[in-house]
Design a protein around this ligand. Structure first.
Ligand code: SF4
Length: 936
């Protein structure tokens, strides 16, 4: 029989263009196959340091994102009431003139009347530069409602965080423990890493109330009670300290454990580090028994010695740790019930961690020299690594929980060592090397410095001279002193309340605040549409930029339509959130692999135009002409410091310099030729022990990560937190309001603690309700994607078997889910691998009718739903007349996962409740069938 001849290698493309994926925050390298000038398909770039060719479902589905019917097509001016979706298309000239007419008087008279907040923006070093030039103190990205607890706890404790800022040593780790991670920014690298360590027979323990994502392939799943991770971790620390299974050498040499604390209870410096005349932390040198600066050459810090002076005994941090963590309060038996993990299991896991860290320790033949000048012939490996994300941080006790996890890593001596957790450049970088927040506002002038940063004590709070908050989101105030990423979730609520002041214009980018990016979604819609006694909107003007017809578009007055990620220049910069690996500094670009076929402009390019029209100093030349034609021009020519620009690669006029070097006009082309990225490897002998390794420190200076070596000690004890406690105890000129004193004293312990979150108003609501991000979809972006919708077109509420039985529910039934704030009615489904007092659903599948070019009967709009309706941005009123944010009291992180509900079986409604009116779509509705063929 004649067999048909099949072409097994058909020509699929005319050309391959290499750029960077933006279907999630992982930023993998992609090969975009072009045929007849169109995107034919997308594959992973095998040469790329992040993904080495691996591509996920989202990444391949980028073609549907690029061709989505929901793409905005032109600048829009609102013509109907806010929320109606009634717009008219206008030209870019008119759009930029309207924005200029609104913003120019604000800048001239009072720049704080502009609130400029961005969502999943990957150009924060640029957008913050723009906001700084404008002069408003009111800028932040979405970190405050995402995972600032994780970032801030990492940086304050050890000068770097998980996320994309560090990674396990996949080549050597033998035990990998995950906390609160379903899917992460470091998406493909974690999948690849898990594959690698599983192939080697390493073990994975997943701690998560829900067994999904990475936890689904863990060897051991710990279905912890939400919000108790800190207690579980501190109990393991108790077990390890009690068993003596801690790395005393590491603690003595590289951490503040031996640093002496002022023991004088009558001193306003009680509990602060003892320092020498140069401000250096003091330890007792084991060789001499005398006080010495921690970094003195040859010093051997003593973990146990005390210092007695003027009748006062000053003890090291390590003593306080022993006092605190050896307490029976943290014994497994004391915490087991609360955590939902048996005491035996807690002890078993602690013992397993200790066994691998110490019994399977190994040496790498890497000679290195530490910051005290001591030479080491080898590097000691402790093959235990950890990773954590929003699950442990989105609670009002999340900052201390994340700090507890870092403490666990550090006492095991498993940070920046072979087999452990490793930083990615530009980290490690201690909190003291970061800027402090700036709020110096002057009419018609730039802000006096960067908006966000790391406070070192009450003097750095962002307060006006009268003590009121300087920022609209009340970041860096006594309510949340260490709010390193701002509080985006409070901006609309505070602006509507005029607390601490009223604003004129709300300017947002990629932040779906009238839907899945807000707590209290209905309330936010009301705030955005509320009018004052004169009939004017309470928030007078809203400018918004998005590439798609999202829910937030219809609540805005002026829309600046963005491009898709395949139509723009972008940089993934070392000044921002780069794509580095633990062994290499790396950055990347996006570039217009296709030109837009609509009247849209990359948001950053629009900011270059707007900045010039507003005469912002960073955006005009001396003669007043526009400085940067577009974002590509800025990426190439902007210098943050002499020789340091957004991109580190191919600098210098010949493109042969890395890190530091003069501007190279051909830089973007060199990136394109190189596959869209640049990487420089860390030299051998410099790639572990980075905070203390002089070879790394010198290399980091050479490539411009910092200007001078900055070795430092890990901070098991975060001294700035003690400074806030001291203020709350009544010392110093800057004093907290009385109603916050006790909370500051209780929560801002400089050593990690666990505390129950504020449960006032939750009486009778005993079930925790959570969301997770699907691996095949990233927030709301995927809900419009024709391929990804087939994987997640609706989102049942998953209930554990116990709750299904108790409520006589079966798959497909409906339940009313009630919180102290609101109520939803949704379809349910049973899930056995779930903490028995927890319910959950996928994040951001539900859509408002009329948005994202979806049919009004689409499953996302009829069966999909949001938990956001149940969560409020404020805690229930306490009767004191004050507005208490539903946030971590230290960082202000939105406490999404403190939500408590109760469940009742309900008759099946025709669609998920609540239902909101259909919005008129500015882009119409997509076709019923979305299919085309590129090429012949
Ligand atoms: S992990 Fe994220 S960046 Fe990487 S291919 Fe998937 S969607 Fe793209």
């Amino acid at each position: 029989m004649t067999q048909p001849v099949i072409d097994l290698s058909p020509k699929v493309s005319d050309e391959i263009r290499k750029t960077t994926c933006y279907m999630c925050a992982c930023r993998c390298g992609i090969n975009v196959h072009m045929k007849d000038g169109k995107v034919a398909y997308i594959e992973g770039n095998r040469d790329h340091p992040v993904n080495q060719g691996v591509l996920c479902a989202k990444g391949s589905a980028g073609i549907m994102q690029h061709n989505a019917p929901s793409r905005l097509r032109s600048p829009l001016k609102r013509v109907g009431p806010r929320g109606s979706g009634e717009f008219e298309e206008i030209s870019w000239d008119e759009a930029l003139q309207i924005a200029t007419d609104w913003l120019e008087p604000i800048r001239r008279e009072n720049p704080e009347k502009l609130a400029f907040f961005t969502g999943r923006d990957q150009s924060q070093s640029f957008t913050s530069f723009w906001a700084q030039s404008f002069g408003t103190p009111n800028y932040a990205a979405h970190g405050g409602f995402c995972s600032v607890n994780m970032a801030a706890a990492g940086i304050y404790t050890m000068g770097g965080a998980f996320w994309e800022f560090g990674q396990p040593d996949w080549d050597h780790t033998k035990l990998f423990m995950l906390f609160g991670v379903a899917e992460d920014h470091d998406s493909n690298p974690i999948k690849m890493g898990i594959g690698k360590i599983k192939a080697r027979g390493a073990r994975i323990i997943g701690v998560n109330p829900i067994r999904t994502g990475y936890n689904a392939v863990a060897d051991d799943w710990v279905g912890i009670t939400p919000g108790t991770d800190g207690l579980f971790i501190l109990s393991m620390i108790h077990c390890l300290m009690k068993a003596g299974k801690i790395d005393l050498h590491y603690l003595a040499q590289y951490t503040d454990a031996p640093v002496l604390l002022n023991g004088d209870e009558n001193s306003p410096e009680f509990g602060l580090y003892l320092r020498d005349e140069n401000g250096k932390q003091l330890v007792i040198d084991r060789k001499t028994g005398k006080l010495a600066a921690y970094d003195k050459p040859g010093v051997r810090p003593d973990l146990s010695a005390t210092h007695r002076a003027k009748g006062v005994t000053h003890r090291p941090v390590f003593h306080q740790m022993a006092d605190m963590y050896l307490s029976d309060d943290y014994a497994p038996e004391a915490v087991a019930e609360r955590c939902g993990i048996s005491a035996k299991r807690i002890r078993t896991i602690a013992a397993e961690i200790a066994r691998v860290a110490f019994d399977e320790a190994f040496e790498l033949d890497h000679a290195w020299t530490d910051f005290r000048g001591e030479k080491h012939a080898t590097m000691t490996g402790r093959p235990v690594s950890f990773h954590a994300m929003r699950g442990i941080s989105a609670h009002a006790n999340g900052f201390q929980t994340c700090r507890a996890l870092h403490t666990l890593q550090i006492i095991l001596g498993t940070v920046e060592v072979p087999g452990g957790f490793r930083f990615k450049p530009p980290y490690p970088k201690p909190a003291t090397a970061h800027p402090k927040p700036h709020v110096g506002v002057n009419a018609g002038a730039p802000l006096n410095g960067p908006h966000l940063g790391f406070v070192q004590g009450p003097d750095d709070l962002a307060l006006k001279p009268d003590g009121t908050p300087a920022r609209i989101d009340k970041a860096f105030t006594w309510e949340n002193p260490m709010s390193a990423h701002g509080l985006m979730h409070m901006v609309i609520s505070n602006a509507h309340a005029g607390d601490p002041y009223k604003i004129d214009t709300l300017f947002m980018y990629m932040a779906n605040m009238s839907w899945n990016s807000s707590m209290n979604t209905r309330g936010v819609m009301e705030m955005l549409t509320d009018k004052d006694e004169n009939g004017d909107y309470v928030i007078p003007r809203i400018i918004y930029s998005d590439a798609y017809s999202s829910e937030m578009v219809s609540y805005s007055d002026l829309i600046l339509p963005d491009t898709t990620y395949l139509e723009r220049y972008d940089c993934i910069s070392l000044l921002d959130r780069p794509i580095c690996e633990a062994d290499a500094a790396a950055d990347a670009i996006r570039w217009p692999v296709v030109e837009p076929d609509r009247n849209v402009r990359g948001f950053q390019s629009a900011l270059c135009d707007l900045g010039a029209k507003l005469d912002l100093p960073g955006f005009i030349n001396n003669d007043g002409s526009q400085k940067y034609a577009d974002y590509g021009d800025y990426i190439t020519n902007h210098e943050r410091r002499p020789g340091i620009g957004p991109l580190a690669g191919f600098r210098g006029k010949d493109g042969d310099k890395s890190g530091r070097g003069e501007v190279n006009p051909d830089q973007l082309n060199r990136y394109i030729e190189n596959g869209g990225f640049f990487a420089e490897h860390i030299p051998a002998g410099a790639n572990y022990y980075k905070p203390w390794n002089m070879a790394y420190q010198d290399w980091a200076v050479k490539i411009g990560l910092f200007d001078a070596p900055q070795p430092y000690l890990f901070s098991l004890y975060v001294e700035p937190m003690r400074k806030f406690q001291i203020a709350a105890e009544g010392h110093g000129d800057r004093q907290p309001p009385d109603h916050l004193r006790e909370r500051i004293k209780a929560t801002m312990s400089p050593l990690p603690i666990w505390y129950e979150t504020d449960q006032q108003g939750n009486e009778g609501y005993t079930i925790t309700a959570l969301t997770q991000r699907p691996m095949a979809m990233y927030h709301s972006w995927g809900s419009q994607n024709a391929w990804l919708r087939q994987l997640h077109g609706r989102n049942p509420l998953y209930l554990p078997t116990k709750l299904m039985r108790e409520n006589a529910l079966k798959d497909g039934d409906w339940a009313r889910v009630i919180s102290p704030h609101g109520e939803i009615t949704v379809p349910v489904m049973e899930m056995a691998a779930l903490n028995e007092n927890t319910v959950w659903t996928w994040n951001a599948i539900g859509k408002r009718k009329g948005t994202w070019a979806l049919d009004k009967d689409a499953p996302e709009a009829t069966k999909g739903f949001l938990l956001n309706h149940l969560i409020h941005e404020l805690l229930p009123p306490k009767g004191d007349g004050l507005r208490w944010a539903n946030s971590d009291p230290i960082t202000g992180q939105a406490a999404w996962f403190d939500l408590k509900v109760k469940i009742e079986k309900a008759a099946a409604p025709s669609e998920s409740q609540p239902v909101f009116d259909e919005i008129k779509s500015p882009v119409g509705k997509g076709p019923d069938n979305l299919a085309w063929k590129v090429g012949k």
